[in-house]
Ligand binder design. Structure first.
Ligand code: GUN
Length: 304
């Protein structure tokens, strides 16, 4: 039987550690805080940001939710970021993506003070990460490493295959795995004979954003499968492709009209040595690592 890597338990352990750090900082009169910027009305973003603000409250972190209208301009957003950079009560700045088309996202992310860049999206943090210097690392990739380490899955010397090369997940997770001494291969849409490479993986990280893209034929038995994808299935045809006959999923689908699947076909999980389920896997770590980065930023900014 494959081992299920329980994102909820690991996220809870990390949050507990962060809560203790928050208390220790408070004992020194330091109150750490996160500014969460949510532009317009994107339903998925609203859910994510609400969870982030709620996690701050649970852990004793101060949070400030700022909600500019969907018509906001790049100049107005740059002025907001400048204010947040200057505020001493804000240690972390989170600008929820995606932003409306009229806003220059890159210019905005570049304007965030790297010391407050708790998403790890600023090129200075990306560069520090690559160079092996202390850096705020992107939350989802950092969460992947926490899952592997806390589940005692060996990384050093293992062949880690990352499918997906995004700036937010694929590239940074590859760098973090390399720093843990894995042998890393990055695959993407132009990779020739992808299954031949994914089958070599001791650790396979799927971050492509396509439902069930990694099929059982692409996986070697007993591999560790890390599924970063969150894809919503809304049609009966899509549902049946992955979950036909699955009573629990049928119930969710009937109630909500949708269910989610990762980038790995659930049938591939049956072959694995260990895997992260969707939901209940990597996704839960993203928020835990955001909290961890916020406290880390609070300490680093004060030279602690
Ligand atoms: N949108 C989807 N995921 C993320 C994330 O991790 N951070 C931010 N800021 N926006 C996102």
């Amino acid at each position: 039987m494959p081992k299920i890597l329980d994102g909820a338990a690991i996220a809870a352990a990390i949050k507990q550690e962060v809560a203790e750090e928050v208390l220790a900082l408070a004992a020194h009169g330091i109150k750490s805080g996160l500014a969460a910027v949510l532009v317009g009305h994107v339903p998925a973003s609203e859910i994510y940001v609400r969870s982030k603000v709620q996690a701050c409250a649970e852990l004793g972190l101060y949070s400030d939710l700022i909600t500019p209208p969907g018509t906001v301009t790049t100049e107005e957003m740059l002025a907001l970021v400048a204010q947040l950079n200057a505020r001493d009560d804000i240690d972390g700045i989170l600008i929820q993506l995606p932003l409306p088309a009229q806003v220059d996202s890159k210019a905005l992310l570049d304007a965030v003070d790297p010391a407050k860049d708790v998403d790890g999206f600023h090129p200075v943090n990306a560069g520090r990460l690559l160079a092996g210097r202390p850096a705020l690392a992107p939350c989802t990739p950092a969460g992947v490493i926490e899952i592997l380490k806390r589940s005692n899955i060996p990384i050093a010397g293992q062949h880690a295959v990352v499918v997906g090369r995004s700036d937010i997940v694929g590239k940074p997770v590859a760098v973090l795995l390399l720093h843990q001494n894995a042998t890393v291969t990055i695959c993407h849409s132009k990779t020739r004979d992808l299954p031949a490479i994914t089958k070599q993986a001791d650790i396979l990280v799927a971050a492509i954003g396509r439902p069930g893209f990694i099929t059982p034929e692409m996986v070697t038995p007993d591999a560790t499968l890390i599924d970063v994808g969150i894809n919503r299935l809304t049609t009966r045809e899509e549902f049946d492709r992955f979950f036909k006959g699955n009573a629990k999923r049928e119930a969710t689908f009937a109630k909500r009209g949708s269910t989610i699947v990762g980038d790995i076909d659930p049938k591939a999980f049956e072959l694995a040595g260990a895997y992260t389920p969707v939901p209940g896997g990597v996704g839960l770590l993203t928020i835990a690592m955001l909290m961890s980065n916020t406290v880390r930023a609070a300490k680093m900014r004060r030279g602690l």
